[in-house]
Ligand binder design. Structure first.
Ligand SMILES: [Zn+2]
Length: 471
């Protein structure tokens, strides 16, 4: 056969395969659509190319002739999960946070940072493997602002939104390496504020994130004024304001400055009516991270005590390089500063994070109980808050805090998409949206641990068997 003819036949075959794969029907599963509505028994989901064509009962959604049919009887389908707080420029271990525990001989930070920039697809895979089809990077090195465009085109990557470097008064020199690798932009003066927001716009950041630690009393008035200016500059630039504010006074100020997304939790005290009213006035989203602080403490303690922490990775979504680093506590132990050498310190840290956790859980109940919007979020990339599987820890902590499974499912799907400004595209299973969904063998309405029983992940119409995504 002549070469052109073979090529022509292959082309026909390829377009035929595409045509067959274009319409797909998932039939028989219990469909939980992420809107909070009751599940559909024996549901039918028709996917046309990358989008959902119909989601409903067999009568509402007849299977089009020629559609590829996948029988999911006895399974459970949900939207893809959304993690509303991750960091692509952090590793999930202590090497990515030299401000917490520096070991420059063992883990030179610039090299760590460049390796992260070279291979963000490592985390893409961890996320998809876990069933997370969208993530919000709420703070990172400048290169992270290029990830949204790149990931959107890639059916093997979650959707990404990225805020870029953090605007802060509390920059940590160890995390600002040079003109390419830096984490912080200044807000000491009004000129700083304007220049920092201009830089974020220029690098294509999709939000302005402020890292607002409680200022020392002497600088409080000046810095509070700067925070209000950042809010105004973000509004002018049409970028959402995200604020890290873990103390009630600062969190209220952040809302007055226009924050749309509050990351972490208020953890110094219990939230009050004024805070809840400010959240409502901004229509702001509260994205608690219940497990990250405890994970930090466990990471440091595992090194002090030289007892590697067992990774909770039910579906093999953590790469071997990360697994090896977490296990290498012996090597890191030799680099511990004097203040971190006694086991007493390790136990104190563990105790402290346990206490803060109670305050965070109570505040989550109050915010949710008052009808405010909560999105599930992990702070993945921090030590032992691993890209991907840490979502299980977070959802299970929300469940342990007393939230209902059906509310948590909405927080882990729809509300994350809302936080990313992408609810028109994904977050719920409704006709017209992208076909991003999960197939589980267990019922997440009974227990959110069911998200561990993931068998398939669909991203923009492409169906991946979970085992094919495992490391
Ligand atoms: Zn964070």
């Amino acid at each position: 056969m002549s070469r052109p003819l073979v090529a022509a036949l292959m082309l026909v075959a390829a377009s035929y395969t595409d045509a067959v794969a274009q319409t797909r029907a998932l039939v028989g599963a219990t469909v939980i659509d992420g809107t909070g509505a009751p599940a559909i028994d024996q549901g039918v989901i028709v996917v046309d190319g990358t989008r959902l064509m119909c989601v409903g009962t067999a009568t509402e959604c007849p299977v089009p002739p020629g559609a590829e049919r996948t029988d999911l009887t006895g399974r459970f389908v949900t939207p893809g999960m959304v993690d509303a707080h991750v960091h692509f420029s952090q590793t999930g271990w202590l090497d990515g946070r030299p401000d917490g525990l520096a070991a420059p001989d063992l883990y030179p930070y610039r090299e760590t940072a460049l390796a992260l920039r070279a291979r963000p697809e490592r985390w893409f895979r961890s996320y998809l493997c876990t069933g997370i089809t969208a993530v919000y990077d709420v703070g990172g090195h400048p290169w992270t602002t290029a990830l949204p465009a790149r990931a959107e085109r890639d059916v093997a990557a979650p959707h990404v939104r990225a805020a870029g470097p953090l605007v802060t008064h509390a920059a940590v020199p160890a995390l600002n390496v040079d003109d390419e690798i830096y984490t912080f932009l200044p807000m000491a003066t009004s000129d700083d504020v304007r220049a920092s927001v201009r830089r974020l716009v220029a690098m294509g950041a999709s939000a302005v994130k402020v890292w607002y630690l409680a200022p020392p009393p002497a600088r409080r008035q000046a810095l509070d004024a700067r925070l209000m200016e950042v809010g105004a500059a973000a509004r002018d630039a049409k970028l959402d304001l995200i604020v890290h504010a873990t103390s009630l006074r600062e969190a209220k100020l952040a809302l007055r400055a226009g924050a749309k997304l509050l990351v972490h939790s208020v953890q110094d005290t219990l939230v009050d009516e004024e805070f809840l009213a400010l959240l409502a006035a901004n229509d702001a989203i509260y994205a608690p991270t219940l497990v990250v602080a405890g994970n930090w403490s466990r990471a440091i303690a595992s090194v002090i005590l030289n007892a590697p922490y067992p990774i909770d990775d039910p579906n093999g979504c953590v790469d071997s390089n990360t697994v090896a680093k977490v296990a290498a506590t012996e090597a890191l132990r030799a680099h511990l500063p004097e203040r971190l050498r006694s086991s007493e310190v390790a136990y104190q840290r563990l105790e402290r994070s346990g206490a803060a956790r109670w305050v965070m859980a109570e505040n989550l109940r109050r915010v949710h109980g008052a009808g405010r919007t909560v999105a599930a979020a992990t702070d993945a990339g921090n030590p032992l808050t691993l890209h991907g599987p840490s979502i299980h820890q977070e959802l299970e902590a929300m469940q342990a805090a007393g939230l209902s499974t059906s509310d948590i499912i909405v927080m882990a799907t729809r509300n994350g998409a809302l936080a990313m400004g992408r609810l028109d595209d994904f977050g719920t299973l409704e006709a017209g949206k992208l076909a991003d969904l999960l197939v589980l063998t267990e019922d997440p309405r009974a227990d959110v641990r069911a998200f561990r029983s993931l068998t398939y992940v669909m991203r923009a119409g492409r169906l991946h068997a979970q085992r094919d995504l495992a490391y």
